[in-house]
Design a protein around this ligand. Structure first.
Ligand code: SF4
Length: 235
């Protein structure tokens, strides 16, 4: 599987070079979200390990780092990128070897781990996924590993926000199952105070979970006073 691919369009960041520190099919993740573009199967785990070595990444990344249309390299995986125990090494090497910003898209389930929290400064931008405001909706939308609890994930997000000096952003994927929690989600965002909120519409998932454009617009209106970008709105 390709470790480096793109450029791809990323909500709020424009074109990015994507890096997959997992590079496995089926996916390896701590969650099994109802809208996951990687499908339902895969391996669910919480223990961090190295999936690829840094030198394979540096071999592949080559000329991608010199593409002028991409200002950012983004870690996003065939699963949760922070499960890769060597991700911080990779991020630092990319940052040292180029003038690109290095971003991380994470589902936040490992942010409470002190080993993770203490090394987030390897990134310039963190995009933290938050799809629920309650345990019930977390279970319904994100279908987590049985050991994970919503309040712990939320605590991890709050700690990361407090300690991280770079740009901290929240991405909410709206589906039918969390639409009734939009007000609670916007309240949580007001408390966490991210630099941006991205309201995302899933692609390629079962139409049962999809929300309408009208619902997306109505949800966007509930984030008044917050810098919010929607995948339906022009950036
Ligand atoms: S966190 Fe991402 S990769 Fe993991 S199940 Fe959810 S959508 Fe898929």
């Amino acid at each position: 599987m390709r470790i480096v691919y793109g450029p791809i369009k990323s909500l709020g960041l424009g074109k990015v070079v994507a890096v997959d520190p997992i590079s496995r099919s089926p996916k390896v993740c701590t969650l099994n979200c109802v809208y996951c573009r990687l499908g339902r199967g895969g391996m669910m785990l919480l223990d961090r390990t190295a999936f690829i070595d840094c030198s394979s990444l540096m071999d592949q990344v080559g000329e991608c780092l010199y593409r002028e249309e991409c200002e950012t390299v983004m870690f996003k995986g065939t699963g949760e990128p922070l499960l890769a125990s060597n991700i911080f090494d990779m991020a630092r090497r990319l940052r040292d070897g180029s003038d690109k910003k290095v971003a991380l898209l994470t589902n936040c389930t490992l942010l409470k781990d002190p080993q993770v929290l203490g090394q987030l400064d390897a990134f310039d931008i963190i995009i933290a996924k938050l799809d629920a405001a309650s345990e019930e909706t977390f279970q319904a939308v994100n279908r987590p590993h049985p050991s994970l609890r919503f309040q712990d994930v939320l605590e991890g997000i709050r700690s990361a926000r407090e300690r991280f000096d770079g740009s901290f952003r929240i991405q909410i994927t709206l589906v039918r199952e969390n639409l009734s929690e939009v007000d609670d989600l916007s309240q949580l965002c007001r408390e966490i105070c991210p630099d941006y909120v991205y309201l995302n519409c899933p692609e390629g998932c079962d139409p049962f979970h999809m929300v309408s454009r009208k619902d997306m617009q109505a949800a966007m209106d509930r984030f008044f006073g917050i810098r919010c970008v929607s995948s339906n709105a022009k950036e």
